[in-house]
Design a protein around this ligand. Structure first.
Ligand SMILES: [Zn+2]
Length: 105
């Protein structure tokens, strides 16, 4: 990842980064301009969901993009039949798209 140095406007490059929370990461940048030499940190934060996860972690709370048609999505989730599939990439908390949802009354 690279970012523009705020002082000299030249490219700065990543030297170190670390996860702060499940939705944010701090990155240390070094300016490539030796006459400037600015070293700075930046925080990258996930600020919204553009497409919902098929395996959501119920502890992750993010605003959903306003373009998502929530009512239509809910209607599809309730009416579409299931098809067998085994996920190949781990890290799932619930493994079930509906596990975090309250039961329909
Ligand atoms: Zn600079």
């Amino acid at each position: 990842m690279r970012m523009m140095c705020p002082h000299c406007k030249q490219n700065a490059y990543t030297r170190h980064s670390g996860q702060l929370t499940t939705t944010s990461r701090e990155t240390i940048f070094y300016c490539r301009n030796y006459e400037c030499g600015h070293v700075f940190s930046a925080v990258t934060e996930i600020n919204r969901t553009i497409s919902p996860s098929a395996t959501p972690d119920p502890t992750v709370v993010l605003p959903m993009s306003s373009h998502i048609k929530r009512a239509l999505l809910q209607q599809q989730l309730q009416s579409m039949p299931s098809a067998d599939y085994q996920p190949r990439h781990g890290g799932f908390v619930t493994g079930d798209l509906f596990a975090a949802m309250p039961a329909a009354g």
